[in-house]
Ligand binder design. Sequence first.
Ligand code: ZN
Length: 290
Amino acid sequence: MTDAAPTVRYEQPETGIARIVLARSEKHNAIDPQMIFDMNDAFNRALYDDAIKVIILAADGRNFSAGHDIAGTVEEYMAAMQAHPRKVGHWSGFQEEATHGWYAAEKEGYLETARRWRNIAKPTICAVQGKCIAGALIFPWVCDLIIAANNAVFSDPVVTFGVSGVEWLAHPWELGARKAKEFLFTSDTWSAEEAWRLGMVNHVVQLDQLADFTLAMARKIAAKPAFALKMTKEAINKTLDIQGQATAIDAAFSLHHLCHTQNFRVYGWGMDPTNVPGLAKVPERPKADG
Ligand code: ZN
């Protein structure tokens, strides 16, 4: 599952600004376990470099990300996740059978990493172009600001194959509860304009302006006092936590795993849509033609 090529690239486009770039464009930046932990390393590098004040998360290629890389079998994917040596959370049992090991791997690779990136003590800005599907939503959603190109589209079709949304269930907070239900129940793909209208996206810009607009935003923020930026982020994130966001996401993660277990009991591994007879066809992933 692991590419020899780096899955992310670390750049410093200007003083005080780091840019982490998803660099698997030949696979539409599909997220494999290596990318998750490479992302974590890149966030650490930016976090612990006191000269960096703002972090941009961007992606090479036509699409931001096609989501979790389940081009192979789910068994292969989970084996790679479970075997990965770098850990960020407090869980264990990665090599255990069935739900025990799967829960540990997803808690580590999706929940704990997402929470860690969401709480990084520096402003983060995500720049999104093209498709951003399912597990890929976690990346912009853990950032403080989201800039979308006018060709960006967002979807989370996993209900179609029997799972209650991706592992980081921030949908009600990002879209509002009623629209979050529609987004998940229908598996529809929503435009950047619709995401902006719902408050999920800060700005929609022309595709060819995405990098410059995002960098200009980072530059404006980087001019502010670092401690005030940290405290402002902490204050707003704590507000969400006090409203119950963290607890709600934890509860939803357990329900997500109840779905995995149901699918496992009924269909075998089950998250692989080809193993789920009778379910609607899952929307096609982007073709790997560049
Ligand atoms: Zn899962």
